[in-house]
Design a protein around this ligand. Structure first.
Ligand code: ADP
Ligand code: MG
Length: 265
């Protein structure tokens, strides 16, 4: 069994599935019998809400883990027993972490996230991290702490430029810090079967080849409804094509995780 892998869902665009994909993918991976942890690293806390993990007042969240070195993730985890997975929730206060970091030398910014991820790897096989839109200090620092990136991608022409931008940022991180996460894969989401979408997928295949996951997540209104009930699509409507797609995507992610671990020796 390879060691735990921390995969960040990153795309500078909003509304592309950075939250929907990890929640539904985590549930599908858990169904395949693996230990999965979700981490909400977006101050808007959409993943926390989507998972139905709303916090009691004074209950600690990711921000407290990042601030206080002697806290352990077990104090902050919210179990989702009906889904067989756990989540480290976020609150609005996470937005203040950037101000905390600005008091520190740049090299130290990812230390808190790395500590959280190291702890998580002791108990979980896959750790999926939601991220905010834009290339904020939070996202840039997250990119220095994760192992790999999963890019949720919509079938629009401008989205192609967003992908290039992300690759440039990863190159810059590698140049400055000596190492950067790789890209585990690009997953096309909110897919509507149109000529235009097929055209964009063709361009994605040409430019990014094997990075593209074979599985495409179709557009379905059920994925918009399900968060109201705190349920992933595999529970909410297992017969929905998107539920099957997430089960397939889970399989592909697990395969790439194994391949990656093997090639790392
Ligand atoms: P991000 O986190 O990148 O901002 P979200 O995951 O919140 O994106 O998704 C944006 C919106 O699109 C949400 O309202 C979500 O319910 C909806 N959505 C995501 N995936 C699908 C899909 N496959 N079909 C239909 N709606 C979707
Ligand atoms: Mg989001």
């Amino acid at each position: 069994m390879p060691t735990g892998l921390v995969a960040g869902l990153v795309n500078e665009k909003g509304g592309v599935g950075k939250t929907t994909v990890p929640f539904n993918l985590a549930a599908a991976i858990a169904r395949r019998g693996h230990r999965v942890l979700l981490i909400d690293c977006d101050p808007r806390a959409d993943l926390t809400l989507t998972a139905g993990a709303t916090l009691a007042q004074d209950q600690p969240s990711l921000y407290d883990l990042l601030l206080e070195e002697d806290r352990h993730i077990s104090e902050v985890l919210v179990p989702l027993p009906h889904l067989g997975l756990d989540i480290i929730p976020a609150e609005r206060d996470l937005a203040a972490i950037e101000a905390v970091w600005r008091e520190l030398p740049h090299a130290q910014w990812p230390a808190g996230l790395r500590r959280v991820f190291e702890q998580a790897k002791q108990s979980y096989e896959l750790i999926l991290v939601d991220s905010p839109p834009g290339l904020s200090a939070l996202t840039a620092t997250l990119l220095r702490a994760i192992d790999t990136v999963i890019v949720p991608q919509q079938c629009s022409f401008t989205a192609l430029y967003g992908l290039r931008e992300l690759m440039t940022v990863l190159d810059e991180i590698r140049e400055v810090w000596g190492t950067a996460p790789d890209i585990l894969g690009i997953v096309v989401t909110i897919f509507r079967r149109t000529r235009h979408s097929a055209h964009i997928i063709e361009i994605l295949r040409e430019r990014f080849g094997g990075l593209l996951f074979n599985t495409v997540i179709p557009l379905t209104v059920r994925l918009q409804e399900a968060p109201e009930f705190g349920l992933p699509i595999v529970e909410y409507e297992p017969s929905n094509p998107a539920a099957q797609a997430f089960m397939e995507l889970a399989k592909e992610v697990l395969e790439r995780w194994h391949q990656r671990a093997q090639s790392a020796g």
